[in-house]
Design a protein around this ligand. Structure first.
Ligand SMILES: *[C@@H]1O[C@H](CO)[C@@H](O)[C@H](O)[C@H]1NC(C)=O
Ligand SMILES: *[C@@H]1O[C@H](CO)[C@@H](O)[C@H](O)[C@H]1NC(C)=O
Ligand SMILES: *[C@@H]1O[C@H](CO)[C@@H](O)[C@H](O)[C@H]1NC(C)=O
Length: 356
């Protein structure tokens, strides 16, 4: 009351120049309080409106990984609940940004990834999977360097794939029931293993670790592919995978010389990498699949489809195997290789009975 009195007429008392400022400041504060209330009311109304219109029906079921992931890609629609029968993997109902899933919007989607190494049959394996009407596997996404610049770019890319917003020829769009991609171990997953494994766990991504038992044959394939990249015997075009027997025979004409001095070290390193991969991702839903098994017995491809949660069926690939001859005919310095590996743990790799 006392203060108010001095301000009533806006007359400065006792010649205090600051007093008037003080008084008019009070008036201003009163006005600004009204404004603030008004703004609050407006914000409240807008929030309420947004809650009622759609935004409330979506939720973000996952915490962002390392705080860097764009949550926007992870919209989940609750209108498809209840989720399907009890399965041991997470089922998602993505809402793609670029199209509607139409009649399949309530088809649950299972996320997967194929972790593999170059020349382990993963290209062939992926064409088989994509032969299934409900599987979309998007290829070697992270062979493009900027996408694996750091974990944020990796997570962003995966978010887009798993939200069914990655559009290419492999995309089945509406009725995809399993979506994934192929990821080479030397293109990021090992480097960022902790973050990546965390992401897989949180997002419920199932991991297929596709390996080749015979690492010696894999080495031949690597050397031959490197040679082809330079020499391009198929009319000057480099091909990692071929679709005709003639092309395969042409490529198989090249027989590499294997550096025997570093051979066991090389083979050992490959084993180490695959052991590490199993260890790094051991908290995810993981299945190790061997290329040799897939080639030898169709049962294994059926099991892969069950693992992915799709209806198993016979799958076909147009790819033709390049190296079909006995191992001794695929290597120029066979005798040296034989001598080097005899009586080592790798001796069994020379055993060629299974023609894979
Ligand atoms: C698989 O795809 C076909 C064809 O697009 C679709 O009719 C079917 O409903 C899908 N099945 C599942 C289980 O998603
Ligand atoms: C990740 O890489 C992208 C593209 O190179 C860059 O824009 C971004 O700032 C990087 N983020 C972090 C956290 O380093
Ligand atoms: C998974 O690997 C970690 C090391 O990376 C190890 O500590 C843990 O015991 C392993 N868990 C299983 C179930 O193998």
């Amino acid at each position: 009351m006392v203060e108010k009195k001095g301000c009533r007429d806006g007359v400065p008392s006792a010649g205090n120049g600051f007093h008037q400022d003080l008084c008019s400041g009070k008036e201003w504060r009163k006005i600004s309080t009204v404004w603030r209330l008004l703004v609050l009311v407006v914000i409240g109304a807008v929030s309420l409106y947004m809650c009622m219109v759609g935004v409330g029906t979506r939720q973000f079921p996952f915490e962002s990984v390392e705080g860097a992931v764009v949550k926007d890609w992870r919209r989940e629609d609750e209108s498809c609940a209840p989720r399907g029968p009890s399965v041991d993997y997470y089922q998602h109902y993505p809402l793609p940004h670029s199209y509607g899933r139409q009649e399949c919007q309530c088809t649950p989607v299972h996320f997967f990834v194929i972790l593999s190494m170059q020349r382990s049959g993963s290209g062939w394996f992926e064409t088989l999977l994509n032969n299934h009407p409900n599987i979309s596997s998007h290829g070697e996404i992270f062979s493009v360097k900027p996408r694996r610049a750091n974990f944020s770019t990796i997570a962003r890319t995966m978010d887009k794939i798993y939200n069914l917003d990655w559009l290419n020829s492999a995309a089945k769009n509406e009725c995809t029931a399993a979506v994934g991609f192929k990821w080479m171990l030397n293109q990021g997953p090992m480097e960022y293993s902790r973050e990546v494994s965390d992401y897989f766990e949180k997002m419920g991504v199932s991991v297929i670790l596709l390996l080749r038992r015979n690492v010696l044959k894999r080495l031949i394939s690597i050397l031959a592919n490197a040679y082809d990249r330079k020499a391009k015997p198929l009319n000057g075009i480099h091909k990692s995978h071929v679709h005709s027997v003639e092309e395969a025979m042409k490529l198989a004409e090249y027989r590499p010389v294997i550096d025997v001095n570093h051979l066991t070290d090389n083979l050992h390193r490959v084993e180490q990498i695959t052991d590490d991969a199993q260890r790094f991702f051991n908290n995810t839903r993981l299945r190790v699949v061997y290329y040799e098994d897939l080639v030898m017995d169709p049962k294994h491809l059926m099991q892969v489809q069950e693992f992915l949660g799709v209806q198993p069926r016979k799958l076909e690939s147009l790819q033709v195997k390049i190296h079909t001859r006995p191992l001794r005919e695929q290597i120029q310095n066979w005798d040296a290789v034989l001598a080097r590996l005899k009586a080592t743990q790798y001796e069994t790799l020379l055993n060629d009975g299974d023609s894979t």
